[in-house]
Design a protein around this ligand. Structure first.
Ligand code: PMP
Length: 368
């Protein structure tokens, strides 16, 4: 489509043009209903079909076991930071939190309003460039749950649970914030009790938050829990307790359908691997011109932070301006950490990453 740029934003992020074109074709009159999905009652048959298909396609893509509920909520990952303790503490006073970056820090801070949030380990002393060695994890076995962030969007640190980690966690139910790597690879539901993620990176527009919760995690919310934040309320009402974000759900549904038609989660994972490899290989062969601070074992495939000449601010400014001018947009690092960052979610085509890599190679030649 003409005039489109490559948007490396950390979210909301790019969507495949095919989906935008489908939405465009549907916007005035969805499937002969004479109205847009924006104008439909959420209780109408047409919307019910959109809603059901969205959830079923997500189940198919991630192979979600039948004993897990898929809830479509609002308020983003940030609201789930409160929902997790409210729904899972039961009569316990402690919960376990692993701190690996800005987002897991926000999660533990929110949890402190409701419980004794026990920090299992933190990588803060490394400026969140690694995952704390599991041998140092100090999990309270009486904690109501163990919470971790699977991909730190700002620091670019990503990991999956290893057997050693699982041994440290023991029997405590595991809760994962997958906001920024949801739908980039399979999820092992045998290891998780609850997984949550906002849609706006890999799944669609902002406005929908996916909560995938094992059935035995529902029905324990504290009395003070706002009705809307009680996962059981959402489950009992098929996520239609109140008016859901209908249009956002519809776009997510188009995305899931698209992914199913394009090889499913395995195809997505392979493409994400290729895209990330292009950038990390470029850094590693740049003689230190470009550097990524993260322990190579935990480099994120979604959010790729980097520095030029170890953090040369003048060159960063030049880089950003010149990149923007050729349609490579939103490459600044998060304001809290500076530097640069390329977020390469599912909607970023391989072509966009190749173009960025070519630009970076040229930029290096000029400024080495
Ligand atoms: N967790 C992670 C890992 C995130 O990246 C974000 C958003 N960038 C959030 C939580 C918060 O999500 P939201 O903005 O949807 O509240």
């Amino acid at each position: 489509a003409s005039g489109r740029i490559f948007n490396f934003s950390a979210g909301p992020s790019m969507l495949p043009v095919e989906i935008l074109e489908q939405a465009q074709a549907d916007v005035i009159n969805w499937h002969g209903t004479g109205m847009s999905v924006m104008e439909m009652s959420h209780r109408s048959k047409p919307f019910e079909s959109i809603h059901k298909k969205c959830i079923q396609d997500l189940r198919d893509l991630l192979n979600i076991p039948p004993n897990f509920k898929v809830l479509l909520m609002q308020g983003g990952g940030s609201t789930q930071f409160a929902c997790v303790p409210l729904n899972l503490l039961k009569d316990k006073e402690t919960a376990n939190y692993l701190t690996t970056g800005a987002w897991s820090t926000k999660a533990i801070e929110e949890a402190r309003k409701y419980c004794r949030a026990h920090e299992v380990a933190t990588s803060k002393s490394t400026n969140f460039t690694t995952i704390p060695d599991p041998s140092t994890w100090n999990v309270d076995p009486n904690g109501a749950y163990f919470h971790y962030c699977a991909n730190e969007t700002i620091h670019g640190v990503e990991f999956t649970l290893t057997q050693e980690m699982l041994d440290r966690i023991g029997e405590v139910p595991i809760v994962a914030d997958m906001s920024s790597n949801f739908l980039s690879k399979p999820i092992d539901f045998s290891k998780h009790a609850v997984v949550y993620a906002g849609a706006q990176k890999n799944a669609g527009p902002a406005g929908v938050t996916f909560v995938i919760a094992r059935e035995d995690m529902l029905g324990h919310a504290k009395n003070i829990t706002p009705t809307m934040l009680d996962w059981k309320t959402q489950a009992d009402n098929d996520s239609m307790y109140n008016t859901p974000p209908c249009y956002a759900i519809y776009i997510c549904g188009l995305y899931f359908d698209y992914m199913k038609r394009h090889g499913g989660i395995e195809a997505v994972q392979e493409l994400d691997r290729q895209k990330a490899a292009i950038l990390y290989d470029l850094f590693d062969s740049s003689n230190g011109f470009y550097t990524n601070p993260v322990n190579p074992q935990y480099r994120s495939k979604m959010n790729v932070p980097f520095l030029i000449k170890g953090g040369n601010v003048d060159l960063e400014k030049k880089f950003l301006a010149e990149a923007e001018a050729v349609g490579l947009s939103t490459l600044a690092g998060h304001r809290s950490v500076g530097g640069l960052r390329a977020s390469i979610y599912n909607g970023m085509p391989l072509e966009g990453v190749r173009r960025l890599a070519d630009f970076m190679t040229e930029f290096k030649t000029k400024h080495e």
